[in-house]
Design a protein around this ligand. Structure first.
Ligand code: SF4
Length: 357
């Protein structure tokens, strides 16, 4: 879990403003900090009054990320926190599938996501009917679903995975004797993870691709959707950044294309990126991921030089604002509701993942 010092719930408005100015100076304009400090102050007072906890994903905008969350991190880290909190209300400042995962792990709590519109191109790209069709087409192959899926899709699968442990889950399944694994839904994460574990890859229902990998000892069967943000990074972008910023270390998220991953210096989840910037000294760092994260790390580690030339903001993450977070607490909205059988069935693949050592 990344350690971002949180603001005390009983901090005065002046203290809130000063702390935010100290952290965010040079990251966002002063007038914006002052405006947002007022909202953050209201939120922090209200969350204490309501016995709520706020979780902030690494892709939240800097003013939110550095003011109201009690915890920050990636989606699974935050969901695990939510399972262990005493708070009655969990406000998940992230996208909808993350709220669902928190609800699966904490079914007795009220879980709120501040916007109903906060979707995800990956989660939207795979339906229950698709998973059932895949199981029929490739019988016996276990189904691994990336955490970026809705609960009803997780409920159809055998294992869950994150971008940080996809290769570990694949190795585990191949180690159990499976020669084929269905890996959903991110095509690039599936391709990158297959390469990592030395497995062949083909996209489901593409017979010509399947024919080309016949005879492989281990095969990953992928799906044809991608993260609408990470798929936009190109090898040319990597080359341009290297030319422009000598000595830069490029860290790319495994939802980027295999070409970008091969050209980058480090491939890893958002947690890997945070840890790397914190622990490994380099002249400068460029993150090939959603662009708020570069700003958040620039504020968190002012002694590190982050290349902040990013323009790739996730439209779904961008739905979550301080204003909406305040309204979420005031109106107890938007509640994540899941049927009990979906919760039970979606929890099983998460438990299977967590049981892998
Ligand atoms: S950055 Fe990509 S994977 Fe993450 S929420 Fe946005 S669309 Fe989904």
């Amino acid at each position: 879990m990344s350690e971002v010092p949180t603001l005390e719930s009983n901090a005065t408005l002046d203290q809130t403003r000063e702390r935010m100015r100290a952290t965010l100076q040079g990251i966002i304009p002063d007038f914006e900090i002052d405006l947002k400090a007022e909202i953050a102050h209201h939120i922090n007072a209200l969350k204490k009054e309501m016995n709520a906890v706020i979780l902030g994903h690494n892709y939240m905008e800097p003013a939110l990320y550095h003011s109201v969350p009690d915890f920050v991190g990636d989606s699974l880290q935050l969901s695990s926190i939510s399972a262990n909190t005493d708070a009655e209300i969990i406000v998940f400042c992230g996208v909808w599938f993350m709220g669902e995962t928190a609800k699966v792990l904490s079914p007795d709590k009220t879980v709120l996501v501040p916007s109903r519109e906060a979707g995800c191109s990956l989660a939207a790209g795979i339906q229950v009917s698709d998973v059932r069709a895949l199981k029929l087409r490739y019988p016996g192959a276990p189904v691994v679903t990336y955490v970026n899926t809705y609960a009803e899709v997780k409920a159809e699968s055998d294992y869950c995975c994150t971008s940080g442990n996809a290769d570990k889950v694949l190795k585990h399944l191949f180690g159990l004797g499976h020669d084929r694994v269905i890996f959903l839904p991110d095509e690039y994460l599936a391709r990158n993870s297959a390469k990592e574990v030395g497995a062949a890859y083909f996209t489901a229902f593409k017979d010509d691709e399947e024919d080309r990998v016949k005879g492989a000892a281990h095969t990953v069967i992928g799906w044809n959707v991608r993260c609408e943000v990470h798929e936009l990074f190109t090898v040319q972008d990597v080359e341009n950044v290297r030319r422009q910023y000598p000595g830069v270390v490029i860290l790319a998220h495994p939802e980027c294309s295999p070409g970008v991953i091969a050209a980058a210096d480090v491939s890893g989840s958002t947690k890997v990126m945070v840890d790397y910037v914190e622990q490994v000294a380099a002249p400068r760092y460029a993150l090939f991921t959603e662009c708020s994260m570069g700003d958040n790390l620039a504020a968190q580690f002012p002694h590190r030089e982050m290349v902040r030339n990013c323009s790739l903001r996730c439209q779904h993450m961008n739905q979550i604002t301080l204003e909406d977070t305040l309204e979420a607490l005031q109106k107890i909205q938007y509640k994540v509701e899941l049927a009990p059988d979906i919760i039970a069935r979606a929890k099983a693949p998460i438990d299977h993942m967590l049981a892998i050592r």
